[in-house]
Design a protein around this ligand. Structure first.
Ligand SMILES: O=P(O)(O)O[C@H]1O[C@H](CO)[C@@H](O)[C@H]1O
Ligand SMILES: Nc1nc2[nH]cnc2c(=O)[nH]1
Length: 291
């Protein structure tokens, strides 16, 4: 069966996304300016939210549904550090059978809801040999490996109401928020496990081969995953400010004879282990932001 119980959709009109945005806004009191996408096992970021209003994805006509453990499949509206926010407790991935356009539909919907800033979070494998399980990496850039294979949500007719045909992608991750995050993390005593690096994304769902990990080390990736990049491309295309955090949930296997293997259980366990620190960091950043 396909993921959403409906056919894979490769394009949405501006009006489709507008209809979904209006449907969502009609159900909630708050009108947030910031959205947070929670990565695998990172849905506890929503624990910090006060005055919650929750909408399961299945209740939103035209919205995809979550199929991956660690992705609950809910929009959580409310207040965080005194600011009105919405969290996606669960994101969509191409490996679930969704098109790149489906995985990123929520970002366009957020844009049409008036959201100007997007925080993306993810669980990622550590490629950088200096990284440890539990490190939090501020994303300074990404490598769109899926894009090299033609998977890019911006492929197709361009609607200039969102943005230009050829959007720039340098400085995709907001420099001021990156600096703020690094300095707050150090103040909070996270100096031993805060990092800044480059995220790379393949489609998945398999974890990388040893040779692929060695390749990623050579091309300058510090971490790798199966998400985030499409969301960031779409957010930047429509002019949003973007900030990203990767939780290093495992260190990739880069020895041909290693006995251990990557697994999703370890990914979720590390998310649980570091969830309080991530919550504190995200709350502190949001408190300082002008939205
Ligand atoms: O990127 P998020 O959604 O955090 O999840 C990451 O963790 C899962 C694999 O364990 C994959 O979905 C990968 O992309
Ligand atoms: N591709 C990929 N995604 C991940 N998500 C969490 N860990 C990993 C990993 O090692 N590789």
């Amino acid at each position: 069966m396909d993921p959403a119980g409906s056919s894979k959709k490769n394009s949405y009109t501006y009006e489709d996304a507008q209809g979904i945005a209006e449907n969502i806004l009609a159900r909630v009191k708050s009108h947030p300016k910031l959205a947070i996408i929670c990565g695998s096992g990172l849905g506890k970021l929503a624990d910090m939210v006060e005055d919650k209003e929750v909408i399961p994805y299945g209740d939103i006509p035209g919205f995809p549904v979550s199929t991956v453990p660690g992705h609950e499949g809910k929009l959580v509206f409310g207040t965080l550090s005194g600011k009105s926010v919405v969290l996606m407790q669960g994101r969509f991935h191409c490996y679930e059978g969704y098109s790149a356009q489906q995985t990123t539909l929520p970002v366009r919907v957020f844009h049409l809801m008036g959201i100007k800033t997007l925080f993306v979070t993810n669980a990622a494998g550590g490629i950088n040999r200096g990284y440890n399980v539990g490190d939090i990496m501020v994303i300074k850039d990404h490598i769109n490996l899926a894009g090299f294979a033609g998977v890019n949500p911006l492929v197709g007719p361009n609607d200039t109401r969102y943005g230009p045909r050829f959007p720039p992608m340098s400085r995709a991750y907001d420099l001021d928020i990156r600096k703020l995050a690094l300095s707050l993390a150090k103040e909070m005593g996270f100096g031993d496990f805060i990092r800044e690096g480059v995220y790379s994304a393949l489609i998945g769902p398999n974890f990388e081969t040893v040779s692929e990990c060695k390749y990623l080390q050579v091309v300058g990736a510090d971490a790798t995953g199966m998400s985030t990049v499409p969301e960031v491309l779409v957010a930047k295309h429509c002019g949003m400010r973007v900030f990203g955090l990767s939780l290093i949930t495992n260190i990739v296997i880069d020895e041909y004879d290693a006995e251990s293997t990557a697994n999703h259980e370890e990914v979720l366990q590390t998310g649980e282990m570091r969830s309080k620190d991530l919550q504190k960091l995200v709350a502190a950043i949001i408190q300082k932001l002008d939205l």
